[in-house]
Design a protein around this ligand. Structure first.
Ligand code: PHE
Length: 344
């Protein structure tokens, strides 16, 4: 027993003077005293040589020694770690460039939408918004497309299976209906938004895309106003030299209806792959709002007239940004999106 106490005293002294100011010395200390083959372990093994009547006392001495050895380690560990931190204030070089944070790019569809919207805003149109999940009445019936109307087939519709009265809007004309129902006239709005049609996905068409539709209702609004508004838009959008032409067309919600083409802004009208060698690119549908539509929304069609137009965003974006596959817009491929950094 006396031997043991003496041994422990000697080890205590050794511990006290053991150099533990670097990580390496600390590790040496740990191995020597606290490791599986270390001194603490070994000295505990000597318990069996202690006479039974001394075991209690010996146990106490050993435990105290163990705690002492461990405490020294913990204490040295704390200061070794703080020793390792080299960053004193003089050592931080504040002139070094920081870690660069990459700035993202606006999505090309957003860029295009903003361009279209800002041109119409300058003409006094304001932006209106509405739901993408719509009921049949706002998407079709109120737009002079009663049930079983063949023109409903023009737009392959996604219906919601739980309730066939609900659908994903096929155009943003539902927003026009909702604005007219509010009954505040005159109305001069544009409605940008996402629309859905059950079309096969390919390089040129997708089951969802984006539109901007416009609506102007007041007393004495004429087709001449429609033409002039769209003419202004085209010049602002594609340049002063671009020509427009109107072709008679059919939409249930407008009468008369037209489709508007612009002279191909890629080849200048000479004919190229983009305009399929016709020199013209179709960009929107338009017309005078059908009296049935006005009446369905509670507007006096004798007193008020209006025009409406609608265009897709993807098509002109593909032309202007030279994108050959519409699917790129929704694939979130960072290599594609990055290319629009800084674009307006
Ligand atoms: N709603 C039509 C479409 O989705 C576009 C349009 C709007 C046409 C207004 C004429 C007038 O194709």
């Amino acid at each position: 027993m006396q031997d043991l106490v003496q041994k422990i005293e000697a080890y205590r002294k050794e511990i006290e003077v053991f150099e533990v100011s670097t990580a390496q010395q600390l590790e040496e200390y740990r191995i020597k005293f606290l490791g599986t083959k270390g001194i603490v372990k070994a000295i505990f093994g000597e318990m069996k040589t202690v006479a039974p009547e001394n075991k209690r006392e010996a146990g106490q001495v050993l435990n105290e020694f163990k705690q002492f050895a461990e405490a020294r380690y913990e204490e040295a560990k704390g200061s070794a770690i703080s020793n390792e931190q080299p960053a004193t204030e003089e050592e931080i070089d504040l002139t070094l460039p920081g870690d660069p944070i990459e700035i993202g790019a606006r999505h090309p569809i957003t860029l295009m939408r903003n361009r279209i919207v800002s041109i119409f805003q300058r003409l006094g149109f304001s932006v209106a918004d509405g739901p993408e999940i719509e009921d049949d009445w706002h998407n079709f019936t109120a737009l002079n497309l009663p049930e079983n109307h063949p023109a409903r087939d023009m737009q392959d519709t996604f219906y919601i299976s739980q309730n066939p009265d609900w659908l994903l809007r096929t155009h943003t004309s539902n927003v026009q209906i909702r604005e007219m129902q509010k009954g505040k006239l005159p109305i001069r709005i544009i409605c940008p938004g996402r629309v859905y049609r059950n079309e096969t996905i390919s390089a040129r068409s997708h089951c969802f895309f984006h539109q901007v539709e416009g609506l102007y209702i007041d007393e004495n609004v004429s087709f001449a106003d429609l033409k002039q508004t769209l003419y202004f838009f085209v010049q602002e959008m594609f340049g002063k030299d671009v020509k427009v032409r109107f072709r008679p067309s059919y939409f249930p919600f407008t009468e008369p209806s037209a489709e508007m083409d612009v002279s191909c802004f890629i080849c200048g009208g000479k004919g190229c792959r983009i305009c399929k060698h016709s020199g013209w690119v179709e960009i929107l549908g338009c017309g005078m709002v059908h009296p049935n539509v006005l009446e369905a929304c509670g507007i006096d069609a004798e007193k008020y007239t209006g025009f409406a137009f609608g265009m897709g965003i993807e098509r002109p974006a593909m032309l202007l940004y030279d994108v050959t596959d519409i699917r790129l817009f929704s694939e979130n491929d960072i290599r594609f999106l990055k290319q629009f950094k800084g674009a307006t």
